[in-house]
Ligand binder design. Structure first.
Ligand code: SF4
Ligand code: SF4
Length: 256
């Protein structure tokens, strides 16, 4: 099956972005381990240990996997980002993306015949952003988000691991250039240089502090958090690639 067919079927299931990566280890795993060793995962202990090691290879998660179909679903809405991150303003994206991937698996079976598959939405131990990059969905910006030219970064990711050998896509070039707007705009200085590019220090990131962190927020960060109570959109809102980004037409993310 050609990559174009996968994209067409994914679009029919509500995914604006789609691509294929081989179900093989990626060099990004070494960077992931460095990030963990540097303590930048903070209290998110589920990212380390056995579940951390499983991220080395998608076949550890699903032995039959030969290809990773990566999808992106737009959640951008009109208006400013304030207080609550845009991704959390509609229905729970785990359900929305999971239902779309189930439809996609059915459509693929109709087109390609029987195969084994596993749906992943955020919670599975998989380097999903790295596979999405490899599948051509975008480059990883200095704000550590996946960005797609002409589309921006307001999209969530999901994956379908399949036993099919599909023709893979390739990663697009990095187009951040000399821009540093997100680094300068981050209220808590959570985007820090790494050996290659930038990484996020989750201990300082408002998104992590308001969603994942348990216990009191360190005093020196409280004053910097402004009005954010669930997530933080600052480093995406300032990104030039998000100027004029398309808004979703899916009712799941439209405000009632
Ligand atoms: S989400 Fe907010 S706090 Fe986290 S890196 Fe981006 S701008 Fe900084
Ligand atoms: S704001 Fe600039 S540096 Fe940051 S992700 Fe966007 S293009 Fe890249």
């Amino acid at each position: 099956m050609r990559p174009q067919t996968v994209k067409m079927l994914a679009a029919e299931c509500g995914f604006e972005l789609a691509g294929v990566a081989a179900a093989e280890p990626l060099p990004d795993f070494a960077r992931y381990q460095e990030w963990l060793v540097a303590g930048m995962a903070g209290g998110m202990s589920y990212l380390a240990g056995r579940r951390g090691e499983a991220r080395a290879d998608p076949r550890a998660l699903f032995p039959a996997a030969r290809s990773v179909i990566c999808v992106g679903k737009l959640y951008n809405v009109e208006g400013e980002s304030r207080g609550i991150s845009r991704h959390a303003r509609g229905r729970d994206y785990h359900h929305v993306v999971g239902a779309g991937l189930k439809r996609l698996a059915e459509r693929l079976r109709q087109a390609a015949g029987p195969f084994q598959g596993k749906i992943c939405v955020d919670t599975a131990p998989l380097l999903e952003r790295s596979y999405a990059r490899r599948a051509g969905l975008g480059w990883i910006g200095k704000n550590t988000c996946l960005i797609r030219e002409g589309f921006g970064s307001w999209f969530v990711l999901g994956e379908l691991l399949v036993s099919l050998e599909l023709e893979p896509d390739g990663p697009p070039p990095d187009a951040c250039g000399t821009c540093t707007l997100c680094i300068e705009a981050c209220p808590t200085r959570a985007l820090v240089p790494a050996a290659q590019g930038f990484r996020v220090d989750a201990r300082r990131c408002i998104s992590c502090l308001t969603i994942e962190h348990r216990g009191p927020v360190p005093e020196e960060l409280r004053a910097l958090m402004s009005e954010w109570v669930y997530g933080c959109d600052v480093c995406q809102a300032v990104c030039p690639w998000n100027r004029g980004a398309p808004v979703t037409s899916d009712p799941a993310w439209r405000r009632a």
